[in-house]
Design a protein around this ligand. Structure first.
Ligand code: SF4
Ligand code: SF4
Length: 523
């Protein structure tokens, strides 16, 4: 690597032209956001979205088409946008500003309130919204459209970059498919079916509690139940996803089936965020913070959802099979069962701070339950609504949107998945303790180049495991497979196999000689 700035890493003329085309498309949207009232909205919107997409496609062609297959991460630390330079900060601040307006001041984007007509940016999307769902656009429709275009266009770029790698191609097609179909088009068409007698809530079919933390709020449950068989089927699917489908898939394949193949947050991180994956913090300190923060979010979402469901259940056992008390007893029994199973069967696989954390949180929740039953205090000391609002504000908006996506160019592309997503934490807990998935390492081949650690978006020091010939079984690993793809020596392999001997932290680097390994392990 040269310490001087190699000229070859500057943008080529074609790349500059492609960037200009994309930026002009973006400027049209920005002008609309500043209330420029364009005539012929369908044409203007089409031109704008087309220019953004074409800009990304042409850029991709110039970047990868003339080169041999194989990953080209040349010069990432020389480019301002991917090395926390000026452009990274400008993009981070602009994205964050957009998220803040989107979540908290949608009228600034032109959202019509109290039956007023949309103006500005939201009005520009009205024709497309009308076409898909039969109604005017909302700020979420604008966001969903841009989000989907980002995954599709940057997914195309990703496909060219990793075109030699079948695993990367398949999972990228998968996230593009799920975003376009299940997260965007199908919910739009479903809302077109709504009427006075059939009122399905806007539903991202691939989102599961706790990522969809509002899944079991009263208005949604009522809407599902009042929508007949389809509504009931979707409600049952939601519950089955949590307790049956998710655990089975994670047991067989690890959490990658969701985090890297299905989830929209992961989809955006893998495609639009690909250029920032090396920015994830690899320090031990970051790993410690990650574990405490993400598991605290899980505890928060469990308490909040329990309080919300508890608040709308009835008390009369002769009228309802699920009363407030029965529900609390079921939740307490489930939490106790998980805690007891972990402590009895998996204790040796938990680090010391994980044990302390589990015991601490279990005691706190138990005390809150006892106080509620004994003294009749508010469940978890607060009413359900303030709890839900705080979660929605702190985790649902600030963390997942503003910090998680807005700061891709500064903190890396998986900040939300790593530090804030309760779904990732629950799947990770299972991946670590009850799954067949692991990354095996052929330690004798490792040359300690560090590519794997550099490009691990979850901040895992993959090289440390590879050097010891130790399997990687980490809760946070989303199974993106990039560590394996960038390894020049074929050291790393993503596998689903027996659970026996999966966590093998006693093994040490001794090459590939099995007899020698056995000999030393016997010492
Ligand atoms: S360890 Fe490898 S597969 Fe897991 S998140 Fe990191 S790069 Fe992806
Ligand atoms: S990329 Fe491969 S060779 Fe390089 S440190 Fe990682 S495992 Fe070792």
């Amino acid at each position: 690597m040269s310490l001087t700035k190699p000229e070859a890493f500057d943008l080529s003329t074609k790349q500059r032209i492609s960037t200009a085309i994309g930026v002009i498309g973006l400027i049209i949207l920005i002008l609309a956001a500043f209330n420029v009232n364009f005539p012929y909205k369908p044409a203007v919107l089409s031109i704008s979205l087309l220019m953004i997409t074409v800009g990304i496609i042409l850029f991709t062609h110039d970047l990868y088409l003339g080169k041999h297959e194989g990953i080209k991460n040349d010069g990432v630390m020389f480019k301002s946008i991917s090395s926390r330079g000026l452009w990274a900060w400008i993009s981070g601040i602009a994205l964050t500003g957009f998220y803040i307006v989107l979540y908290f001041e949608a009228e600034w984007l032109g959202l019509g309130v109290e039956d007023a007509k949309n103006t500005g940016l939201v009005a520009l999307f009205d024709p497309l919204s009308n076409l898909l769902n039969g109604g005017p656009a909302s700020q979420w429709f604008v966001y969903g459209t841009l989000y989907t275009i980002a995954i599709l266009a940057f997914g195309y770029k990703f496909l060219w970059k990793y075109r030699h790698n079948r695993y990367q191609r398949l999972r990228t097609f998968s996230v593009m498919f799920f975003q376009l179909g299940f997260a965007f088009l199908i919910p739009e068409f479903m809302s077109r079916l709504n009427s006075d007698s059939f009122n399905l809530p806007y539903y991202d079919l691939k989102n599961i509690w706790p990522l969809n933390y509002y899944n079991f709020e009263q208005y949604r449950v009522d809407a599902f139940i009042s929508s007949g068989d389809i509504g009931l089927a979707l409600l049952i699917f939601g519950v089955a996803s949590i307790f049956v489908i998710t655990p089975i898939l994670t047991y067989k394949y690890g959490k990658r089936w969701y985090c890297s193949w299905v989830c929209g947050c992961g989809g955006l991180a893998e495609t639009a965020g690909d250029s920032f994956r090396h920015l994830s913090d690899k320090r031990q300190f970051a790993w410690n913070i990650e574990r405490w923060v993400v598991h605290s979010v899980v505890v928060f979402v469990v308490l909040m959802t329990t309080a919300v469901v508890h608040s709308y259940l009835g008390e009369d056992a002769s009228k309802y099979w699920l009363t407030k008390s029965t529900f609390l007893i079921l939740v307490a029994a489930l939490l106790t069962a998980v805690f007891a199973w972990t402590m009895i069967f998996k204790k040796e696989q938990l680090a010391k701070d994980a044990k302390y954390g589990a015991v601490g949180y279990f005691v706190i929740i138990a005390v809150l339950f006892v106080m509620h039953f004994a003294n009749g205090t508010d469940l978890f000391l607060f009413k359900a609504e303030p709890l839900r609002k705080s979660y929605g504000f702190l985790i649902g908006a600030i963390f997942s949107g503003v910090i998680g996506t807005g700061f891709y160019p500064i903190f890396g592309n998986r900040v939300w998945c790593r530090f804030g997503c309760p779904m990732a934490a629950i799947l990770g807990f299972q991946q670590r303790l009850l799954s067949k998935f692991r990354i095996t390492t052929n330690g004798g081949q490792c040359i300690s180049c560090g590519n794997c650690s550099t490009y691990c978006e979850m901040g895992i020091d993959v090289r440390a495991y590879a050097q010891k010939g130790e399997n990687i079984v980490r809760s946070s690993c989303v199974g993106c497979g990039i560590c394996s793809a960038v390894c020049p020596r074929g050291v790393l392999k993503l596998e689903n196999d027996s659970m026996n001997g999966r966590i093998d932290s006693n093994e040490i680097l001794l090459g590939n000689d099995v007899d020698l390994m056995t000999l030393v392990n016997q010492k």
